[in-house]
Ligand binder design. Sequence first.
Ligand SMILES: [Zn+2]
Ligand SMILES: [Zn+2]
Length: 338
Amino acid sequence: MADTRVEREVVDGVARDESGEWQPAKRPAPAPIFAWPPRPVEALKWMFGFPGYLWPWNAIYMLIAIGTWLYLQPALERCAEFRVDWIAEMYVRNIAMLSVIVGAWHVYFYRFKAQGTRYKYTSKWLATSNRKFLWGNQLRDNIFWSCVSGGTIWTAYEVVSMWAFANEIIPYVDWRTEPIYFVALLCGIQFWRLFHFYWAHRLTHWKPLYKSAHYLHHKNINIGPWSGLAMHPIEHLLYFSCILIHWVVPSHPIHMLMNAQHAAFTPAQGHVGFDKIEVGGSDRMPAASFFHQLHHRYFECNYGENDFPFDYWFGTFHDGSPESHASMRAKRKAVHQI
Ligand SMILES: [Zn+2]
Ligand SMILES: [Zn+2]
């Protein structure tokens, strides 16, 4: 008799399940920097080790922000008055950078399929004929919302902030006079981003906001790089409001750019759908966020990001294990019975 068993792909010692899902062997856990009692050695390793908080990805995003300020930003004196020329320069720059960065993730993993489905959380590819997406095409739908709504609202926040810096309406920090503060804020800005993201995201799961705005992002159950910033304009307004912190906290425009670009570029990586990038035979380079992948799979969990501990503190944490799933279902049942 013929063997009818389906051969399932095994990656990192974990086999794909019958519905094509795969998950990394290592479960998500909060960053050791938040551990109590403190674990200083692990915290330092997490902060400066590879892969860790700074290396490689946050360092890359910092370099992009510094490069943008040095080479791609209209001079601050020009920004003192709202004029079409410098605003258009910033808009074109942002759309071009978004297209190159998100496009690179897409082309590598989804057009060239450079890794096949190795380290891919699902075995499915993007939808090409599904009426819930604009033009029935998930990729085109996602690009439309990311560029037309996302690119515009992101740029608007940056433009108004640059205008406010130029007119000395908001507090400005010179890196030459306060270098330690400058570096500390540059390294710490992502903590604020993740803190803001948790609360803004939880807010969009409030029924009226979910139904009017956040549903659009969640049309993407199977996600790709362009799904990250595919949001309704109301959600973009909320999501990019993290930039407003620079209206209160003394900053250099590089900090503002870092914050804004982190919000604009990291969702592509977070939604890439592949856990790791294989580089030269090594699989140490992290890619997507399995933590957020679980949010797209189960909805009412993992509102923040893995490193920041709010989901652990407020009981919305899901680590992908059957126990985690059972406890989430039990909690939901208890709420419905009240
Ligand atoms: Zn998402
Ligand atoms: Zn959500």
